[in-house]
Ligand binder design. Structure first.
Ligand SMILES: Cc1cc2nc3c(=O)[nH]c(=O)nc-3n(C[C@H](O)[C@H](O)[C@H](O)COP(=O)(O)OP(=O)(O)OC[C@H]3O[C@@H](n4cnc5c(N)ncnc54)[C@H](O)[C@@H]3O)c2cc1C
Length: 482
């Protein structure tokens, strides 16, 4: 699957000055010991060399004091033992394209880059799994297993930059989640270095395993706060033989979204159901002139996959459902080139909406999919009331919508209004039975909103788990909890 968002797309949330911390990681004797653990050539301390590790896609800078590139699990274990002894923070980093500041060392200390832990250790065709190190780029892993006609479905749009370790830590989703679910559904087992430095293994290679607490599930989505993943065993599926896409426009978002349950009523589970609102359509038309009708208030892109005869049949049903639901200008791909052209509008989206503002608050709220039209209405109302331009698009198949509040980064009042809009859309998502993040996680950017989504007792339990595993608060401090 193609990279649907441009490489340089970021939330560009803030332009605050750099925040430079000083901890024991800057002490010369500690740095000497770190060099002894990973080798001097794999240690960065000079300000200009640690700088690239100060930020992720949020673009707010918190420079680390030291960046380390270990190769093996034992080295990570030794780093964490030293961190506990000398009490300096440690933050794991994958591809560094997170949207909530997860990999950014907000309290300074050491960043562990997993770039050198990039070996795919085993692809098991008979038992349908792959064993991999955390630093493998998601796309590279997909390509490697596809050579064996196998399929790793999780596909965050950042898949050409993000690492498997980062995907597991964030429990990343993507366009194919409507049918295939998210990363955690493919994690069979893990090797993890706990904050204490102890090394544990969870799960195994079998798809069934109910021995003990589900620690694999606990680590998935723990945002690098409970342990550092050093190896993952991932479930694979047979590679679908074909995919087929149908695109249609509708007068309203409501009409477009009403098609979603109708696919299920026709016994169809499309692999992707992507929707975009009228502002998104206007933006891509103004920028790229695809020839989408001026009467379009919404656009739906639906893909089905499977055996060739099955995708042919399924795509005809998709077309039928869309037409019956008020869809017009319905286009059904026949060749791979058609397929590509239909998805071009989705790829054009991110560059196109940039013209609506120099600062974009890209929030990934999620609601039950039947409530998506109501969520969009609320987003528009919030935007109107706060005089903030809003563009909505996303994964209608699983109710995960990217609500983008746009403003001018130099206009302090406009930024304030956009931030207010963010809080309000989070409240709306929760009120509609959903939550504040479907994909991007909490990190530090959404930490102030955590209690909107979770009760006090739940947050307290999470803090107890964190304290039990990491009593010295060594691993990725300053995240999730304010
Ligand atoms: C253009 C763009 C498109 C995106 N599209 C999507 C999308 O479609 N779906 C989606 O879900 N997200 C998306 N994201 C967000 C982001 O790419 C995902 O959260 C991704 O999983 C981050 O992976 P990473 O390797 O860059 O992790 P990083 O940003 O490096 O780290 C993320 C978190 O994981 C932790 N971590 C990293 N490696 C490890 C490890 N080995 N062990 C333990 N913890 C670790 C870090 O400490 C941090 O807390 C997008 C981002 C961008 C910029």
């Amino acid at each position: 699957m193609e990279n649907f968002l441009s490489e340089n797309e970021t939330s560009e949330r803030a332009t605050l000055p750099q925040k430079r911390a000083r901890t024991a990681a800057s002490d010369s004797d500690v740095q000497e010991r770190l060099r002894a653990i990973v080798g001097a050539e794999h240690v960065l301390t000079e300000p200009e060399r640690v700088e690239p590790y100060a930020q992720d896609a949020v673009k707010e800078k918190f420079p680390p004091e030291v960046v380390l590139f270990p190769r093996i699990t034992k080295e990570i274990s030794e780093i964490l033992r030293l961190a506990n002894e000398r009490r300096f923070p440690v933050t794991a980093r994958g591809g560094g394209v997170g949207y909530t500041g997860g990999a950014v060392p907000v309290e300074g200390g050491v960043v562990i880059g997993t770039d050198r832990m990039n070996e795919i250790k085993e692809i098991n065709v008979a038992d349908l799994y792959v064993v991999t190190e955390p630093g493998v780029v998601t796309y590279a892993l997909q390509q490697a297993v596809e050579k064996h006609k196998l399929f790793f479905p999780p596909d965050p749009s950042s898949y050409k930059q993000s690492f498997i370790g980062g995907n597991i830590a964030e429990n990343a989703g993507g366009i194919r989640s409507a049918k295939y679910g998210v990363t955690k559904h493919y994690v069979l087992g893990l090797e993890v270095v706990l904050p204490s430095g102890e090394i544990i293994r969870t799960g195994g290679v079998t798809s069934k395993n109910v021995v003990g607490f589900d620690l694999t599930g606990l680590i998935c989505g723990s945002e690098g706060m409970l342990g550092i993943i050093t190896e993952a065993t991932l479930r694979l599926l047979p590679l679908p033989e074909a995919t087929r896409t149908v695109r249609a426009t509708f007068r309203t978002m409501e009409e477009a979204c009403l098609c979603v349950p109708r696919f299920a009523q026709r016994s169809l589970v499309p692999v992707a159901i992507e929707v975009m609102d009228k502002h998104a359509i206007e933006a891509i038309e103004n920028e790229f002139a695809f020839g989408i009708s001026k009467n379009a208030g919404a656009l739906l892109l639906v893909a089905v996959d499977g055996a060739p005869e099955e995708v042919e049949r399924a795509s005809l049903i998709v077309e039928e459902v869309m037409r019956a639901g008020g869809g017009f200008d319905v286009l059904r791909a026949v060749t791979p080139a058609d397929e590509d052209r239909l998805w071009d509008v989705r790829r054009a989206l991110s560059p196109a909406i940039k013209k609506y503002g120099t600062l974009k608050f890209n929030e990934d709220v999620v609601v039950p999919r039947s409530r998506v039209p109501e969520l969009i209405r609320r987003a528009e109302e919030i935007g109107r009331r706060n005089e903030t331009f809003v563009v909505n698009f996303g994964h209608a198949g699983d109710g995960n919508i990217h609500v983008n509040f746009m403003c001018d980064r130099e206009d302090a009042e406009a930024v304030k209004r956009a931030r207010k809009s963010v809080g309000e859309i989070f409240a709306a998502a929760v009120e509609l039975g959903g939550t504040i993040s479907g994909e991007h996680g909490i990190g530090y950017t959404k930490a102030p909103y955590l209690d909107m989504a979770l009760g006090a007792a739940t947050i307290d339990l999470m803090k107890k788990i964190k304290r039990a595993l990491d009593p010295n608060n060594i691993l990725n401090p300053g995240k999730m909890f304010v």
